[in-house]
Design a protein around this ligand. Structure first.
Ligand SMILES: N[C@H](CCC[C@H](N)C(=O)O)C(=O)O
Length: 257
């Protein structure tokens, strides 16, 4: 039996199996293994698997897998990857690393990780809803109360609609609390269920509020905890977008395959 050494991290309840793959021992084509690691009954249990790999031109590369094996940018996962890279001794409190959408900078302060997201240059308005790609595609719908909706049922309607069935989309339900704060619940593509928070979703939600008002910093209240997003709005372009929140180690272990 082969043994996989892993760490479990979570960022506001969005949780990940983290693997130091610097020896390239993990078979990236074994998507059944990815699903098994994420399985909350027969595996470790997580919203995704993250591999940390060496890089020539940055501190490290991170590869994110959804439980279904698909890959995308994961905001909370990136923040956890930065904290894990520090644990591995690859970085101190500042880093430049590569994710699926390119190179990112990040900074650690205590248990908080501030992640610089890529500029967002376009968006789509669909009725009162928004479609914004922050490294992963997000559909955003403002509702009266996020407590009164069923993100699974309502999220599936959008995610499996004719327009999004093939590529998928993450679906976020937003309740405005005040000028600079939103409650958010997210149905995540690739998890095909609600997660306790979604970093790229919180980022998209904050930008949608920036389109509706003059705020440039938004507090996001997710089930799993609070995140902050700050940005500079230049016309309808967003730059200097930071996703800020906690990233914590839960435990380390071994998984036999
Ligand atoms: N499931 C998402 C990627 C992970 C997003 C979320 N966990 C985050 O923190 O950004 C997708 O396939 O687009």
């Amino acid at each position: 039996m082969a043994i996989i050494q892993f760490h479990k991290y979570q960022g506001t309840g969005n949780d990940f199996v983290m693997i130091d793959n610097c020896d390239n021992a993990f078979d990236k084509d074994d998507l059944d293994l990815v699903s098994k690691l994420c399985d909350r009954r027969f595996g470790i249990g997580a919203d995704g698997v993250i591999l940390i790999e060496p890089a020539e031109d940055v501190d490290f590369n991170m590869i994110y897998f959804n439980p279904d094996g698909s890959q995308s940018l994961c905001g909370n996962g990136s923040r956890c990857a930065v904290m894990f890279a520090k644990h591995l001794g690859l970085i101190q409190n500042e880093t430049t690393f590569r994710a699926i959408d390119g190179i990112h900078e990040a900074k650690i302060s205590g248990d908080q990780v501030s992640l610089l997201m890529h500029d967002v240059l376009d968006f789509e308005q669909i009725g009162d809803d928004f479609l914004i790609d922050t490294g992963s595609p997000h559909y955003l719908k403002y509702v009266t109360s996020t407590d009164d909706i069923d993100p699974l049922e309502e999220g599936r309607k959008v995610r499996y609609s004719e327009r999004f069935a093939a590529e998928g989309v993450n679906v976020n339900f937003l309740e405005q609390i005040n000028d600079g704060a939103l409650k958010i619940r997210t149905y995540e593509r690739g998890v095909e269920g609600e997660t306790y928070s979604c970093g790229t979703g919180c980022t998209a939600a904050a930008l949608s509020l920036g389109l509706k008002s003059s705020v440039n910093e938004v507090a996001l209240k997710a089930i799993g905890g609070d995140l902050r997003v700050s940005f500079t709005k230049d016309g309808e372009t967003f730059r200097n977008i930071y996703l800020i929140g906690p990233a914590k180690k839960v435990f380390a272990g071994e998984f036999g395959i």
